[in-house]
Design a protein around this ligand. Sequence first.
Ligand SMILES: [Zn+2]
Length: 349
Amino acid sequence: MPLVSMRQLLDEAAKGGYGVGAFNVNDMEQIQAIMMAAKQTKSPVIVQASRGARQFAEDLYLFKLIQAAAELNPDIPIAMHQDHGNSFDTCKSAIALGYTSVMMDGSLKEDGKTPSTFEENVEVTRKVVDYAHERGVTVEGEIGVLGGVEDGHGAGGSGLDHITDPDQAVEFAERTGVDALAIAIGTSHGAYKFTKKPDGSVLKMDILIAIHKRLPNTHLVMHGSSSVPKDLQDVINKYGGKLKETWGVPVEEIQLGIRNGVRKVNVDTDNRLAITGAIRKVFWETPEKFDPRDYLKPAREAMAKVVAERMTEFGQAGHAGDYSPIAITEIAKGYKDGTLSTQPLVAAK
Ligand SMILES: [Zn+2]
């Protein structure tokens, strides 16, 4: 199957009432792990690369690997997404490569660290939307600022510093025409999200629900949504690791989000933990081994297991065969003639 539009994938998820995991990749083994899980659970999937990943793997290697994944898995709809684009140029370069979706994270300035103003965010996001939609490419925007830092991108600080204001979310969606909207509800990037199991004082699901009430048809995106399960932390620490105790976003909170308009759920840390735990175990138990395949294979399997679990929990499992891909050129026409709406439905307060 050719790479599909993320808009189509999310519209289908909304119809089916499920969420779709967006998993970060840097290398072949991670892409293979995602595809193993997608095949096993018959799931449509979003594969995403940060700027850091594109640098690490080199653009062409990474993109050709994704194309290989699409060719090898003709029954699985795959959207390829730029995670946290910091500028118009970053998004443009992803589109030039063939990514079917980009995130313009205008919540931060181009340095990827300093929070921007609302007007700056609207302006740069609108510019990316105009450019991307003409080419049939999906755009995710962000309003509010997430906590923590991911691959050098992020304002740092707590996830509570810049919680999304529902009124601003409405205005942002109306003025930019984004296909998907990332909101800040207290989550952070990285492993250290919460110092205890999060409750409503730190994970603002009430804000998410309020935004969904105002924007009932807008596809919401949860970032920093690894669950950071204790068993994955334990494997790392059992085999010589030194992770401090930490909590992520419980799966049941994500599922509550999915019942309230969340269609894309970003997961990276859980996969990193699974990979590292599996590699540590091999090193610890069989220090005489030195063939990379001896630890990369279990690493790949450990990640595939986590991804398959999330696919089942988010509800995307079993939905790969629900629809056929619409060509990106047709999607572009849809944006132009208005069959693909870019104006959100806004409910009264
Ligand atoms: Zn993110």
